[in-house]
Write a protein that binds this ligand. Structure first.
Ligand code: XUL
Ligand code: CO
Length: 450
């Protein structure tokens, strides 16, 4: 392995590259459904799914929980906050990506490189690690899906970053995002994400919400302006989440975020990075969040994970639920696929899955579940029953009157007159159970065909 550490070491020597072995394979470190080259709807699976691994969970999450110490085995990491350790960690990560057939990655600035005593020193550290990342991207044929800045871990952000009551946190956030955006551009990132982990409130007793929302909007405008200035052409995205660690985040779900963007003239400038566990924490299904984002032409990318029903926090489990991955891929195919986005496994192993091999098991499980979801979604689309039912349900709107109403060419009084001509036809049935059975039928057919 080439690179800045001068060390050429295999960090996952016990694992060889995972390959597609087909549905009958009992080799847990292989793919049963993800066949990168296999074409679905005329496009290789790899290009449909655009898998990415995230640096924060994969390399920086020791698997501690609020009651217990870290358990993850990370022999490549000496635990220090030194740049040489950061470089070695990066080499282990790229080896992992290659062996797992994952072509993209995502990072926060502070996951990658240690913070220094000053902003300049932090930037120097980041530059050194990013130089190495650029080489590794090239030698491993890996691309950056998106970068971001960690505006939530440092104590200076305890009251918020852009939304903090002190201008200092706002200014620090500007410094961090300016740099993170620039290195994302240097690494050819196809997107940049803002997750406002502390951009919300803990108690309204000490919070001026109107002011904080305006601060956030100003910040987002400046970020977008800077992206334009430096020639960053990727997607700028906001990642909604309702709460945790705050009581309430200002970008609490897709609808609230779209409303915020619209209110402050940012619609069309930012799109959304939708995460499953954030959707469910908000009390919504992932399907709904994706539908809302798609309807506003604002579906940018997806953080692929899932929650634990009954546990009211962000458990970030690997997405292994085939019904969920089918719904996600149906939404992605229906909107014509990803452009700048992809499926980023913002997911962590359970604390008990602590061995290095579990990184591979976990990602392979998620990749196979999504590959199966893609195959099923394509089958649902080819079958056409669901789509045709949904379309014909609105048939009465295809009439001349329906068109006139939608074009804004009618008044309420005219519509009231038209109502007298309706002969109270019985409404059509929603047939929800029939539709759900069709989905099950098609899942069963796909599983039989595998
Ligand atoms: C937090 C979360 C973040 C963002 C990036 O819940 O999802 O990791 O994806 O800051
Ligand atoms: Co996320």
């Amino acid at each position: 392995m080439s690179g800045g550490t001068g060390i050429s070491k295999e960090h996952f020597a016990a694992v060889s590259r995972l390959v597609y072995e087909g549905p009958d394979s009992h080799n847990a470190l292989s793919f049963r459904h993800y066949d990168a080259e296999h074409c679905v709807e005329g496009k290789p699976m790899r290009d449909h799914l655009r898998f990415a691994a995230c640096y924060w969970h994969t390399m920086r999450n020791g698997l501690a929980d609020p009651f217990g110490a870290p358990t993850a085995e990370t022999p490549w990491d000496d635990g220090s906050e030194r740049v040489d350790n950061a470089l070695r960690r990066l080499e282990a990560f790229f080896e992992f990506l290659s062996k797992c057939q994952i072509g993209r990655w995502c990072f926060h600035d502070r996951d990658l490189a240690p913070a220094g005593a000053t902003i300049k020193e932090s930037e120097r550290n980041l530059d050194e690690v990013v130089r190495h990342a650029a080489q590794l991207q090239k030698s491993h044929g890996v691309e950056l899906l998106w970068g971001t800045a960690n505006l939530f871990s440092h104590p200076r952000y305890m009251h918020g970053a852009a939304t903090g009551p002190s201008i200092d946190s706002f200014l620090h956030a500007c410094a961090q995002v300016r740099k993170a955006l620039e290195v994302t551009r240097e690494l050819g990132g196809s997107g940049y994400v803002l997750w406002g982990g502390r951009e919300g409130y803990t108690t309204l007793l000490n919070t001026d919400m109107a002011r904080e929302r305006e601060q956030l909007a100003r910040f987002l405008h400046m970020v977008a302006d800077h992206a334009r200035t430096i020639g960053f052409t990727g997607a700028l995205m906001i990642e909604p989440k309702p709460h945790e660690p705050t009581t309430h985040q200002y970008d609490s779900d897709a609808e609230a975020t779209l409303n915020f963007l619209r209110e402050f003239g940012l619609l069309g400038v930012y799109s959304l990075n939708i995460e499953t566990n954030h959707a469910t924490l908000a009390g919504h299904s992932m399907e709904q969040e994706l539908a809302i984002a798609s309807a506003a032409n604002a579906l940018g990318s997806i953080d692929a994970n899932m929650g634990t029903p009954g546990l009211g926090w962000d458990t970030d489990r690997f997405p292994t639920d085939i019904y969920l991955t089918t719904q996600v891929m149906l939404a992605v195919l229906d909107r014509g696929g990803f452009s700048n986005g992809g499926l980023n496994f913002d997911a962590k192993r359970r604390r008990e899955s602590y061995q290095a091999a579990d990184l591979f098991h976990a990602h392979a499980a998620g990749m196979d579940a999504f590959a199966l979801g893609l195959r099923i979604a394509a089958r649902i689309r080819a079958d056409g029953r669901i789509d045709s039912f949904r379309r014909t349900r609105y048939d009465s709107w295809s009439t001349a009157l329906g068109k006139k109403i939608l074009e804004g060419a009618t008044t309420l009084a005219q519509c009231a007159l038209e109502a007298q001509k309706c002969h109270d036809k019985p409404p059509s049935s929603g047939r929800q159970e029939m539709l759900e059975a069709i989905i099950n039928d098609l899942i069963a057919k796909e599983l039989r065909a595998r």
